[in-house]
Design a protein around this ligand. Structure first.
Ligand SMILES: Nc1ncnc2c1ncn2[C@@H]1O[C@H](COP(=O)(O)OP(=O)(O)OP(=O)(O)O)[C@@H](O)[C@H]1O
Length: 331
């Protein structure tokens, strides 16, 4: 089914340019600003209509912050977000609310993200009611239809979240995300809280509804194998920076950034002839409050050169459709 997916190559639904999101740190007696957590530090990416862009990286590298900032759930520190040919970087009030109806987020934890006191039907119809004067009864048929689309039953409308398993709760979250016919969904580790046995069912559901609802996904995960299953292109993040962007095939066959090479070397390969030698990175990820100078990866990079301490590498196309931010390729 995935192979038949139609990506509108020429239509950029989203363009993010030099996006920064810093969280101020306050301290001292007067609670003055004493620094910033540089959660996202100048990332650029584009999403074509209909594609799935996988964003991977270790915990704390800024993936969720990037997703939330792109959807304008938090203010932007610097940079530019163009969605559907509209600059939404600094929209506020009514205009922001209007554009937000085209975005939805599917969260990691289906236990925490659903209001336990609300009936499933009302959880799913809430976004519609937020944007219209319809009442529950007006939209009940549509909501029941949505429940069917995500593999739940019409009777489930009248139940409460605690009556469902983790996988079913994630289906409820997905039905709610579909309620307003969004154009872009950020799925933030949507299966990592679920049993392995049901992860693929939920991933397959996400793929199926992508076709049917004409969706574009930003799919966030720390696990490269999940991203591989879902994505057309993949971006690898390290300490608030995007270090490599490539098609799924290229990213796995020919990773170019030393960080991606280390990540891909950790993926188990059942074929012994294709198994790569595991690259173990030294040290821990530095604090995003005090990121290293130059290339943020240089303190752990097995290939680091003197220049890497000083020069910030730009994300550049080094092969067709393959961008890397690394001085090794900066010729
Ligand atoms: N509201 C906030 N205030 C201050 N710092 C924050 C806030 N949200 C996130 N951070 C910090 O920003 C950095 C990036 O966090 P983020 O959650 O975006 O990373 P992540 O890659 O999604 O990690 P995880 O997979 O663990 O969710 C972390 O150092 C985190 O502590």
């Amino acid at each position: 089914m995935k192979e038949l997916k139609k990506i509108e190559e020429d239509y950029e639904l989203l363009r993010v340019k030099n996006l920064k999101k810093y969280y101020p740190i306050h301290g001292g007696f007067f609670k003055r600003k004493i620094g910033d957590v540089k959660a996202v530090d100048r990332i650029s990416l584009t999403l074509k209509k209909g594609e799935t862009f996988g964003l991977v990286g270790e915990s704390g590298c800024g993936k969720s912050t990037a997703g939330r900032t792109i959807l304008r759930l938090t203010n932007v520190t610097d940079g530019e977000i163009i969605f559907d040919n509209q600059d939404i970087t600094r929209l506020r009030g009514r205009k922001l609310r209007e554009v937000r109806r085209h975005f939805q987020m599917v969260f990691q934890d289906p236990y925490a993200s659903l209001n336990p006191k609300m009936m499933v039907g009302h959880i799913v119809d809430e976004p519609i009611r937020n944007y219209s004067s319809n009442n529950h009864r007006d939209i009940r048929p549509k909501v029941k239809q949505l429940l069917n689309k995500v593999g739940l039953r019409e009777e489930d409308y009248y139940k409460y979240p605690h009556e469902f398993s983790g996988g079913q709760r994630q289906r409820i979250g997905i039905a709610r995300a579909l309620a307003l016919n969004p154009k872009l969904i950020v799925a933030d580790e949507p299966v990592s809280a679920l049993d392995v046995s049901i992860q693929s069912q939920v991933l397959n559901l996400l793929k199926d509804i992508q076709e049917e609802f004409d969706l574009t996904y930003l799919f966030i995960a720390h696990d490269l194998s999940v991203v591989k299953h879902m994505s057309d292109r993949i971006g690898v993040m390290y300490l608030g920076n995007l270090v490599e962007v490539a098609t799924k095939q290229d990213m796995y066959k020919n990773p170019m950034h030393p960080y991606t090479q280390a990540l891909t070397s950790a993926i188990p390969n059942p074929n012994p002839l294709r198994r790569k030698e595991r690259i173990i990175l030294k040290g821990d990820v530095p604090s995003p409050q005090h990121p290293p100078s130059g290339c943020v990866f240089h303190t752990r990079c097995p290939m680091a050169m003197e220049a890497c301490k000083k020069v910030v590498p730009e994300l550049k196309e080094v092969r067709p459709n393959h961008q890397v931010a690394c001085l090794l390729y900066d010729r």
